[in-house]
Design a protein around this ligand. Structure first.
Ligand code: ADP
Ligand code: MG
Length: 597
């Protein structure tokens, strides 16, 4: 059964190591661009073909490599960046393990062209499946150009894990975006299949670079963070509660200029937002933490995506405290303005919601279980009148009371907690979640419209939405599906899309918000290989965005229309996320609670 132990050949060892570092084209892009940053380049150009699956080229104008050292580049544990283990704590460089190039070369074909500015001639090297086949002098401009082809040709299993070209391209762009955010002084550009898809000219500082990359919506809705505590510094930008995202992918965290994923920092950030944004919504943020090298261990993850803080409590408190204070400051100044402009207006519901509501009829007003109108109905108008409330009855309200709203055989009693519609019948009570119900109605409408040749409503003023390059490449893949349901989008340059028409099935939603959430959903859906499943998720995200929110008061007309629509909708027991739409209590259950049974 057992075989004898033997030491793996270097080739196999490198291929195994490559599994950790070189997962997909984007990981190669990340390692090559990091090396270019480490080489002091001021201009880094990336070219990819077929999402990076066919070829990746990174050119820089950095320090170059001496010919004598070229062979060492592809050796494992060969690095120019550290010499002693302690060096990693104050290494200002991205690399220091000396294994990226060896790993990449073990699973691809690499051509290296390099020349130091001080040398007269440069060097060309060719490495195939980990073995150097050629090192020759070559006339070159200063800097380094590395071209990677035949990706994973010798590890077919890995090729099978690659996703669509659009997905791989978007991951490559994510990798460049993260590095570009942390290095505003460097010019970055990416061409994909010959087309320019990303261009960030050298910027004066982080603020300019963040604006360039995260787009206009973020710059229009941001708060600035700058706080210090002991030896930790936190700077950056977070979105105001008015601009939220449907996932956490627009949160960029950096530690000493290195992009990282850190649950604790993420948690601290979200904790600060908990009270001010809806559940299941996320902020956008670019936060840069700076602390002395000995305070953080960056050598705990093969691709250095995770770190360990010595004082993790301090980091948590700084992040959540600084963001909370920024949010509180913004809230205070907004409240002051709101008070001056409209002292009586309720902050929770925007007046515009009512004006444009699909369920709004001209004569009705928001209705709550505990509204005067309902109380009057419940305890009788006489009592109210006697209590000196003569001003309450009006013709309009009386008219709306005449016709009772029903769902099936149940009678609508009112809205509870701004979210649940309460219905009663002789058999018991039912609570209906207004958001979940509307979401299901819209989803089924979208699905039907997809089959039938969807109706779309052209926008009088086409709206331009800016997106990141990574989002752009995902969106272009989904354009035909979206056109099929009546959402007409047109790519506009490298980083914007024009919304030309909206689906008739989705009234009452801002095109900008709809598209922004949609691209969040597209990047979430990357892991789902089946097209039907991805499509279902896209439609569900559109429905979710367009649906009436929880915590919105509904008028009688709104409720009546919702009930009529829901009665006609298939699958009306659960919302698209699988949560129940309604919960029922039988009379028997209620009587048991009162110990009558
Ligand atoms: P590490 O970055 O951890 O040192 P790598 O395997 O990524 O290891 O690279 C090995 C060495 O090759 C680097 O230490 C550096 O000296 C050299 N090198 C790689 N890419 C470049 C580049 N673009 N410009 C200059 N030197 C480079
Ligand atoms: Mg490196």
């Amino acid at each position: 059964m057992f075989k004898r132990i033997s030491v793996l050949s270097e080739e196999v060892a490198n291929q195994i190591a490559a599994g950790e570092v070189v997962e997909r084209p984007a990981s190669i892009v990340k390692e090559l661009v990091e090396n270019a940053v480490d080489a002091g380049a001021g201009d880094i150009r990336v070219e990819i073909e077929k999402g990076g699956c066919r070829s990746i080229r990174v050119s820089d104008n950095g320090s170059g490599i001496e010919r004598e050292d070229v062979a060492l580049v592809f050796e494992r544990h060969a690095t120019s960046k550290i010499a002693r283990i302690d060096d990693i704590y104050d290494a200002g460089s991205f690399g220091f393990r000396g294994e990226a190039m060896a790993s990449i070369a073990s699973v691809t074909r690499v051509e290296l062209l390099t020349r130091r500015p001080e040398d007269l001639a440069g060097t060309r090297a060719l490495v195939e499946a980990g073995t150097i086949s050629e090192i020759t002098p070559a006339g070159l401009p200063p800097g380094t150009q590395i071209t990677v082809t035949e990706l994973f040709a010798n590890v077919p299993a890995r090729r099978k894990f690659l996703k669509t070209e659009a997905t791989e391209q978007s991951a490559c762009l994510d990798a460049v975006t993260r590095l570009a955010l942390a290095h505003p002084e460097i010019r970055f550009s990416v061409r994909a299949d010959g087309r320019s898809v990303f261009a960030a000219p050298a910027a004066a500082g982080v603020a300019d670079r963040v604006a360039m990359i995260l787009g206009k919506d973020f710059t229009d809705h941001h708060l600035t963070i700058a706080e210090y505590k002991e030896n930790i510094e936190l700077r950056g930008f977070v979105s105001t509660p008015a601009w939220t995202k449907s996932n956490s992918k627009s949160v960029y965290l950096f530690v000493n200029s290195r992009f990282i994923r850190d649950n604790s920092m993420m948690h601290a950030l979200l904790a600060a937002y908990r009270q001010v944004i809806e559940p299941r919504r996320f902020p956008a943020a670019a936060l840069f933490l700076r602390l002395p090298g000995e305070e953080v261990d960056i050598n705990v993850h093969p691709a250095k995506l995770e770190v360990r803080f010595k004082n993790s409590r301090g980091v948590y408190d700084l992040v959540s405290g600084a963001v909370s204070r920024a949010l509180a400051g913004a809230q205070a100044s907004r409240d002051a303005v709101a008070y001056r402009l409209a002292p009586r207006e309720k902050a929770s519901v925007s007046p515009g919601f009512w004006r444009s509501s699909p369920y709004r009829t001209s004569s009705d007003k928001p209705q709550d279980v505990f509204s005067r109108q309902n109380l009057r109905q419940a305890i009788g108008g006489d009592l109210f009148a006697r209590a000196g409330e003569q001003d309450v009855p009006s013709h309009v309200e009386d008219a709306s009371c005449e016709e009772r709203i029903t769902f099936g055989h149940r009678i609508y009693l009112g809205q509870f907690a701004g979210t649940y519609l309460v219905f009663g019948s002789p058999g018991g009570l039912m609570l209906l979640d207004q958001h979940a119900a509307h979401e299901r109605i819209l989803l089924e409408r979208l699905k039907a419209s997809e089959k039938e040749q969807a109706a779309s409503q052209p926008l009088l003023m086409p709206e331009v939405v800016t997106l990141t390059p990574a989002q752009m490449s995902l969106l272009s893949e989904a354009l035909p599906l979206l056109a099929g349901i009546g959402l007409e989008l047109e790519i506009f340059g490298r980083d914007a899309v024009v919304v030309k028409a909206m689906p008739v099935a989705l009234p009452n939603v801002e095109p900008r918000r709809l598209v922004s959430d949609l691209v969040d959903q597209l990047s979430d859906g990357q892991a789902t290989p089946s097209f039907t499943e991805r499509k279902e998720k896209i439609l569900a995200s559109l429905a979710c965005r367009a649906a009436i929110k929880a915590n919105a008061e509904l008028s009688a007309g709104d409720v009546a229309a919702l009930c009529r629509d829901l009665e006609k909708t298939p699958f009306n027991a659960t919302c698209p996320h699988g949560r129940p739409i309604c919960v029922k209590f039988t009379l028997y259950e209620i009587e048991r609670l009162f110990k009558r049974k």
